[in-house]
Ligand binder design. Structure first.
Ligand SMILES: Nc1ncnc2c1ncn2[C@@H]1O[C@H](COP(=O)(O)OP(=O)(O)OP(=O)(O)O)[C@@H](O)[C@H]1O
Ligand SMILES: [Mg+2]
Length: 259
């Protein structure tokens, strides 16, 4: 797509975003041969009701996420990495520019259907009051004990699989930070998603647990499109491609980014 065409398409997206489309479209799925997600000249500002000077958090971002690829996103704190993930999930439309999901303009996408195909590990893992089982099953209401055990084992959390009925609190009482991360990952994986969006899945986790989570990645990522926001080398090295973002812009990779 050339620049002009991108700008026109972006304009169409903005126009259609103003009205609720009569028909929401299902993204055609991973086998249809489209990029999973495409950003063209995307700017994003958080709504700032009290000021006209909302900061540009994403600045002219062009990004094509191929179906089946494993992309790492790196960059300093505050660069816009989590915002990029939020836009892929359709939480807010871009301020300028266009986003397509499997070729469908984001403004027309059936967001519930799209999100049902995504496993999202949020940057701040959260737990509900309940058991380990309840917390993993939050990812897939229909999951039975066998499915929850497999998901936990897949992410390297065999011990938790043996403690399904342990009560954990809203604040993760009784669980280590690493265990909370593994529950979040298992919650994403139990959905059997086409797309995994992992926002710093090993942040604040000790090295041994990082190694364990990283070791589970080949199985977790197999047959899926994966975006991993990560600072740790061990995760970045697993990706097919690394994109660096700095102050909202995609920039050239730093020397240490590439293998
Ligand atoms: N809800 C919000 N309202 C206003 N500004 C926000 C909001 N969320 C994030 N920001 C700002 O947007 C910028 C990008 O934030 P974002 O969370 O995307 O960064 P990040 O790259 O994920 O950083 P980190 O590595 O610390 O997680 C930051 O300057 C942040 O302060
Ligand atoms: Mg973030």
């Amino acid at each position: 797509m050339d620049g002009m065409e991108a700008a026109r398409s972006a304009f169409d997206v903005l126009e259609t975003a103003k009205v609720e489309p009569a028909v929401r479209r299902l993204p055609p799925g991973p086998d249809a041969g489209n990029a999973t997600c495409e950003f063209a000249a995307v700017d994003y500002r958080y709504p700032a009701p009290d000021t006209d000077e909302a900061v540009l958090v994403l600045d002219a971002v062009d990004l094509r996420l191929e179906t089946g690829e494993h992309l790492a996103i790196v960059g300093p704190s505050g660069a816009g990495k989590s915002t990029l993930i939020d836009l892929m999930l359709g939480f807010d439309p871009p301020t300028e520019g266009g986003i397509w999901i499997e070729g469908v303009p984001l403004a027309e996408v059936d967001l519930a259907a799209w999100r049902s195909r995504i496993g999202w590990v949020q940057q701040d893992p959260f737990l509900i009051a309940g058991t380990v089982f309840d917390n993993v099953r939050l990812g897939a209401a229909g999951a039975d004990r066998t499915a929850v055990v497999s998901a936990l084992e897949l992410v390297g959390a065999g011990e938790l699989a043996a403690r399904l009925d342990t009560i954990v609190g809203e604040r993760g009482g009784g669980l280590s930070h690493g265990e909370r991360r593994m529950i979040s990952l298992a919650r994403a994986v139990v959905r059997d998603p086409d797309v995994l969006l992992l926002d710093e899945p090993t942040a604040g986790v000790d090295t041994e647990t990082q190694v364990r989570i990283a070791a589970s990645f080949p199985q977790i990522a197999a047959g899926r499109t994966v975006v991993t926001v990560a600072h740790q080398r061990i995760l970045v090295d697993l990706a097919d491609r690394v994109v660096r973002i700095d102050r909202g812009r995609i920039v050239a990779p730093a020397p240490g980014d590439l293998r």
